[in-house]
Design a protein around this ligand. Sequence first.
Ligand SMILES: [Zn+2]
Ligand SMILES: [Zn+2]
Length: 204
Amino acid sequence: MDRRGFLPSRRSQNPQPDGEHNGVVTSVLPKFRYHPDPLATGSVEPSSTECTVCGQSRGYIYTGPVYAIEEHDSEICPWCIADGSAANRLGAEFTDVGWGVPDDVPASACEEIAHRTPGSSSWQQDHWLYHCADGCAFLGAVGRRDLDDYPDALDVLLHETDQFGWSAEQSQRYIDSLDANGQPTAYLFRCLHCGTHLVFSDFT
Ligand SMILES: [Zn+2]
Ligand SMILES: [Zn+2]
């Protein structure tokens, strides 16, 4: 998959209703509370491929991970993720919400993130981020320069490596090496309630 970073301020707009994209007829994408622009993050791509769940070709296909007990060779459209039918049919989850979930986040939010939200295949070690007793909206992969616009997120990253005993200099060098399209990459989220930006990086 093409790993694309993006600047949220310059991110692509969803296409017009029933438009055309590279010759593929497209419909307006469903709304995802926790992944507001899956086209910009690369988790959904224009495609004439038929969805194995609903049997329709609606102009977009999901490119992210499918976590299921059995291996599925499935092409899934974003609509079947949004209404839960893909998760039901395949017994699958699309994001990993298994760890780091604060106690005050309701089970309904975790359920929506796991079963009705597109994940991202660019994550090495995927997990969702949470704030104000809810899941955050995933905005996409970012590099060092993108983070200039998000001092709150940059501050989080500066302390991400504290637990490993890194010096401020080491942390800074690591952050300076972040690349939206390479390694390591950072993943930007925004709190749906207070607007705070959160981030984690592929720390390997
Ligand atoms: Zn479908
Ligand atoms: Zn918040």
